[in-house]
Design a binder for this molecule. Structure first.
Ligand SMILES: NC(=O)C1=CN([C@@H]2O[C@H](COP(=O)(O)OP(=O)(O)OC[C@H]3O[C@@H](n4cnc5c(N)ncnc54)[C@H](O)[C@@H]3O)[C@@H](O)[C@H]2O)[C@@H](O)CC1
Ligand SMILES: [K+]
Length: 223
């Protein structure tokens, strides 16, 4: 299996979108569909699904996931973390769709009511310690031990090193896109990611791509 750093994943994302010309919204839709597959295949309690979304592409995946769940008739709440006015274009486009679709954003989340939490706050774009308010929220969410599915990476885990950036939302399952990330296999990140499922969403790798960590065979147990 090939493991990648956050920077390598960003290079692959950029190549797919900028060089190949795959629309980002297509990748977001495929990412959301991949997460729905994992939700459907698991034994999660789907009575009340809470989607926590950030302001970048990880958040855009989250809005698309909430929309697909809503369209299937699930009881879903979508809550943003951060000021939506500052969200990336990809998020704004997803928001414009759900507005017409009828899914209303929740102003405040009730963790106690949720039977499943979808973590789409930060993914491979995480580059700093989490804001203090978010750290508090994450610690409170970890405390009540709800089932969490992380989108691409658990929020707060550095995808390259597996270190916790202030606080991290513990996942039961992490659905990661394209390649598994080194940080989801090492240190605390390995534990907090739970069961990691790698999903193909149509990302394309440049032919001359080099990776910092050599590919390992599935049954290779050497370090
Ligand atoms: N780029 C693409 O083409 C695709 C990206 N995808 C998703 O997009 C994610 C990466 O998206 P982004 O690069 O937009 O990044 P994120 O959505 O992970 O983060 C959003 C932004 O938050 C800011 N940020 C980082 N750390 C912060 C901190 N500690 N406190 C406050 N703000 C902080 C950064 O400006 C970052 O770009 C992936 O994990 C994946 O889920 C998928 O939708 C597939 C396609
Ligand atoms: K996430």
């Amino acid at each position: 299996m090939q493991l990648v750093t956050a920077a390598e994943m960003q290079k692959i994302d950029n190549y797919t979108v900028e060089t190949i010309g795959m629309p980002q919204d297509v990748l977001i839709e495929r990412a959301a569909m991949a997460v729905l597959e994992v939700i459907g295949a698991g034994h999660f309690n789907l009575e009340h699904i809470l989607v926590l979304a950030g302001l970048g592409n990880n958040g855009a995946d989250g809005v698309a996931i909430a929309r697909l769940l809503y369209a299937q008739g699930f009881n879903v709440s979508l809550q943003f973390v951060g000021n939506v006015a500052r969200a990336k274009d990809t998020v704004q486009r997803q928001l414009a769709i759900i507005e017409k679709h009828g899914l209303v954003r929740a102003e405040k989340s009730d963790f106690n009511q949720a039977t499943l939490i979808i973590d789409a706050i930060f993914g491979t774009g995480l580059n700093n310690i989490l804001p203090e308010g978010l750290q508090k929220m994450i610690k409170a969410a970890n405390h009540i031990e709800k089932a969490v599915i992380a989108v691409d990476t658990p929020t707060g885990i550095d995808a390259t090193t597996g270190e916790v950036r202030g606080a991290a939302l513990k996942a039961h399952t992490t659905v990661t896109f394209g390649y598994n990330k080194i940080g989801l296999t090492q240190k605390v990140g390995g534990y907090l990611s739970g069961h990691v499922v790698v999903k193909d969403i149509g990302l394309l790798t440049p032919a001359d791509m080099t990776f910092s960590q050599p590919e390992r065979l599935e049954n290779d147990t050497t370090d």
